[in-house]
Design a protein around this ligand. Structure first.
Ligand SMILES: Cc1cc2nc3c(=O)[nH]c(=O)nc-3n(C[C@H](O)[C@H](O)[C@H](O)COP(=O)(O)O)c2cc1C
Length: 340
């Protein structure tokens, strides 16, 4: 097993077996928070819950629900089963999916099939994935080929300064990365979007990304999986403790990103219920994403477990919309109150 693969395998094991979620910091979407977000309750919604529409469109693909499973894995035999189980559930429920970083398959073409899910999920929105610090190493042509090889519709470029700073082997040269993102967005034939990995995106970064031509931003804010925590479990424990709760909470991150960016926004990082998702959309996001709960559901009950989780989120979202008097996702916009 190569270095990239063994790091990925360690990440999976630690994420499933240990506590790697933020401890003190919350997404800001939960009910009782220092600065919480409440969905406005409309006691007389004047609508029939059964008529609620959850369909949406994202980067040219139709979604039955405004949800996607965020990037998790690829590159190992274990990853192959995880990706297929998740993809099958996404196909059955009509939501999107992100593949884990494709660096391993660019380095070793033999690993392509550990990412390939189009046999079980021919119709879903599928995002490829590459780290921002890989952009200088691979050409747009190589990245484009990695996307074509798995039938991806778009690429998510992950930005992970906080994570990299915790990794003993982490790439921490972030000079010129905005320019590289812009170059890729202008050269690649497929849409490019940018995602954090769990520490959030703020106003300044959103504004800088707005100028690059990326089509969407996935905030992956603080409050869910903490990568400073996860990677510190593999390396420098002490520093991981210091930065465990570092980052911009998801609610704050959505609000700031919406201020600086006109494209699509994915609310993610600690989305755990359909109510969290409703609040994210009310604050200005178009779609919600989640990773760790999906991985845990897959590990305990396979594809069926993932499907059950997605169906629960959909029902919760539907209830939240009913209680806010929103017939569709557009109607949800602005229905959140930020409490200080
Ligand atoms: C085990 C694991 C592996 C991940 N690998 C990647 C990755 O390769 N690329 C990426 O962009 N994000 C990766 N992520 C980050 C997720 O896509 C997501 O943005 C983050 O976990 C926040 O969502 P959550 O709180 O619902 O887990 C990974 C997350 C987990 C839990």
């Amino acid at each position: 097993m190569g270095k990239t693969q063994s790091r990925k395998a360690e990440h999976l094991k630690i994420a499933v077996e240990e506590d790697v979620q933020f401890r003190e910091k919350r997404t800001g979407l939960e009910r009782v928070a220092f600065k919480g977000v409440e969905l406005e309750y409309k006691a007389l919604p004047e609508m029939d819950k059964k008529e609620i529409k959850l369909e949406t469109e994202f980067l040219g693909k139709n979604f039955k629900l405004p949800l996607m499973v965020e990037a998790i894995t690829g590159g190992t035999e274990e990853a192959k089963k995880i990706n297929k189980d998740i993809a099958k559930a996404c196909q059955e429920t009509g939501i999107g999916m992100g593949l884990g970083s494709q660096r391993a398959m660019i380095e070793d073409a033999g690993l392509k099939d550990t990412y390939f899910v189009r046999d079980v999920a021919p119709d879903i929105f599928l995002a490829g994935n590459i780290g921002v610090t890989e952009l200088g190493k691979y050409s747009a042509k190589e990245i484009g080929k990695a996307l074509d090889d798995v039938g991806a519709d778009a690429v998510a470029v992950h930005i992970n300064a906080a994570q990299a700073a915790m990794q003993p082997e982490g790439e921490t040269d972030f000079k010129g990365r905005i320019e590289e993102i812009e170059k890729l967005a202008k050269t690649l034939k497929k849409p490019v979007y940018v995602k954090e990995v769990g520490h959030g995106i703020g106003l300044e970064t959103a504004k800088a990304l707005a100028k690059t031509g990326v089509k969407a931003i996935d905030v992956a804010g603080a409050g869910g999986t903490s990568w400073t925590a996860l990677d510190s479990k593999r390396g420098s424990k002490e520093m991981g403790e210091t930065f465990w709760d570092f980052g911009i909470g998801t609610a704050e991150s959505i609000v700031q990103t919406r201020k600086g960016f006109k494209g699509k926004i994915i609310a993610s990082g600690g989305i755990r219920t359909g109510l969290d998702c409703a609040k994210g959309i009310a604050l200005g996001a178009d779609l919600c994403g989640l990773a760790l709960p999906v991985l845990k559901a897959q590990q305990s009950e396979g594809s069926q477990g993932v499907k059950k989780l997605i169906e629960k989120l959909a029902e919760e979202l539907s209830i939240a919309m009913f209680l806010a008097g929103a017939k569709d996702l557009k109607g949800l916009k602005g229905k959140a109150t930020v409490k200080s």
